[in-house]
Ligand binder design. Structure first.
Ligand SMILES: C[S@@+](CC[C@H](N)C(=O)[O-])C[C@H]1O[C@@H](n2cnc3c(N)ncnc32)[C@H](O)[C@@H]1O
Length: 184
């Protein structure tokens, strides 16, 4: 397995296991509902992860979502890095050839592309599961407001608490990081 995505450690698998348990339960809970079901992975990566120490290969969120027993009606993946977006596309065509018509990959910023997706879907007839797994402070508060106003999306946000903690000063002056903290 070769992937340009290298990060994480033991907790990475743990968090993905917890999220995919929810994803499976979500699909069971909605299986007899009239809504179309949409999966949105806004920091999708390549679908495969090599841990930072090079010791472990893990299945990433995108591949886990595609591999679930019950299926979504459409899968949206957003990834800022064009190489990773390309690897993700290659992986899907190779490993999920029957799903070629029900996924869309956007290469760009999660906030911008998520806004495009949200405005293109009629939320009266659709329900969404959104996974926000940024490295750091990339998710804007306004994006969460936009997600919330649909009243139709379950959002999982792995909040970058350690990044926020590093921006909180010991001397009480917030000037340097004030804009970033407000945006977050
Ligand atoms: C923590 S990784 C996500 C891992 C993924 N959930 C998985 O399980 O494989 C964060 C990903 O977000 C991408 N990224 C960074 N900034 C971004 C942005 N502003 N918009 C979209 N993707 C971004 C990175 O290239 C990286 O692949």
């Amino acid at each position: 397995m070769a992937t340009s995505q290298k990060f994480g450690g033991n907790w990475t698998e743990e968090k993905l296991n917890i999220f995919t348990s929810y994803l499976d339960a979500y699909l069971i809970a909605l299986q007899n509902q009239k809504f179309k079901k949409i999966y949105i992975d806004a920091f999708a990566g390549t679908g495969e992860i090599e841990t930072s120490d090079g010791g472990q290969y893990l299945v990433g969120s995108a591949k886990r979502a595609l591999a679930s027993e019950k299926k979504f009606d459409h899968y949206y993946f957003i990834e800022a890095d064009s190489q990773k977006a390309g690897e993700l596309q290659d992986m899907i065509y190779a490993e999920f050839p029957r799903m070629g018509r029900i996924f869309t990959i956007y290469c760009g910023d999660a906030n911008d592309k998520l806004a495009e997706i949200i405005s293109s879907v009629d939320w009266s007839y659709n329900r969404g599961l959104l996974f926000l797994d940024p490295y750091a402070t990339q998710v804007n508060w306004t994006t969460l407001e936009n997600v919330a106003q649909t009243k139709s999306i379950d959002a999982w946000y792995l909040f970058p608490f350690s990044a926020l903690e590093r921006m909180l000063p010991k001397n009480g002056k917030y000037d340097k990081w004030e804009d970033c903290i407000d945006r977050l």
